[in-house]
Write a protein that binds this ligand. Structure first.
Ligand SMILES: Nc1ncnc2c1ncn2[C@@H]1O[C@H](COP(=O)(O)OP(=O)(O)O)[C@@H](O)[C@H]1O
Ligand SMILES: [Mg+2]
Length: 256
């Protein structure tokens, strides 16, 4: 087996007196999709915030491609090749789809696209390069035709795909997707599942949180079940679906 792309070791995080991440350890192998499921409040988003650097853990360590990234600020972690989407939509509503995606690539462009709009030829060339690259990302997700539309004019399901495009624009090796199917109808959820599944073939490793069991079980190589900040099970979708403890605390729960 190859070396893991992401390794989380004995992670702990508290909010005040609340032990939200309580000794979580796992690895993500390259070019796999791993899902994290668990009831609301289990600590899934907090775990993403710790991996992405939005929060610094109280204890434990995180390695990305063998490099310790524990406690690094988000931009440093992003520069290593980790990108994310958020549970709630964070598009700029009055910017076009293409502009929203270009924001995601900002970190990879040498000058930044805003500077490129006003700057000398070299930055304009850079901006043109960014634009072409972002159009490529839109094409790869089947939404190039939406490039010039304002984000706010798109149906919600398309907005979620634009967010995926923005996260892909920086060319990440690891993508963290926080509830990408939340609010999507069954057809949009199926489309999202196909898109996420296709990332593997592009060499991208995916860590995804979602409540939609058909999506999670359909696209994941492995599933980790979190409850009150602890791992209660980890395995293939088939193993997880047959695990009595998982069925009791999660799959049978009201908010599943
Ligand atoms: N910034 C915060 N300050 C205090 N408590 C928080 C904060 N963020 C999350 N929590 C609490 O931590 C727990 C885990 O939250 P979260 O990671 O969002 O769970 P999940 O994504 O699994 O629903 C919840 O009890 C939540 O209320
Ligand atoms: Mg959450």
């Amino acid at each position: 087996m190859s070396a893991p792309l992401l390794e989380v070791r004995g992670l702990h995080h508290w909010f005040g007196g609340l032990h939200v991440i309580d000794g979580v350890s796992f690895v993500c192998q390259p070019q796999t999709v791993k899902a994290i499921i668990g009831p609301n409040g289990a600590g899934k988003t907090t775990l993403f915030n710790l991996v992405a650097g939005a929060l610094s853990p109280v204890g434990g360590s995180i390695f990305f491609d063998g490099i310790p990234t524990t406690g690094l600020p988000p931009h440093r972690i992003a520069a290593h090749g980790i990108s994310r989407t958020f549970q709630a939509t964070r598009l700029f509503p009055r910017m076009t789809v293409l502009e929203n995606v270009m924001v995601g690539m900002h970190g990879r462009s040498r000058h930044g696209f805003l500077a490129g709009m006003a700057g000398p030829a070299v930055t304009r060339r850079e901006e043109a390069r960014v634009r072409v690259s972002c159009l490529d990302v839109l094409s790869s997700l089947g939404i190039a035709d939406l490039a010039r539309r304002d984000a706010q004019d798109l149906p919600f399901g398309r907005q979620r795909v634009v967010e995926l495009a923005r996260a892909l624009a920086s060319g990440p090796r690891l993508l963290l997707l926080d509830e990408p199917a939340c609010g999507l109808n069954p057809r949009e959820t199926e489309e999202m599942a196909v898109l996420i599944g296709s990332l593997r073939a592009r060499g991208i490793t995916v860590l995804v949180v979602d409540h939609d069991m058909s999506l999670v079980m359909g696209i994941s190589d492995e599933v980790l079940v979190l409850s009150f900040g602890q791992t209660i099970a980890e395995g293939t979708p088939r193993e997880i679906q047959a695990n009595p403890e998982v069925i009791q605390v999660y799959l049978g729960a009201d908010d599943a």
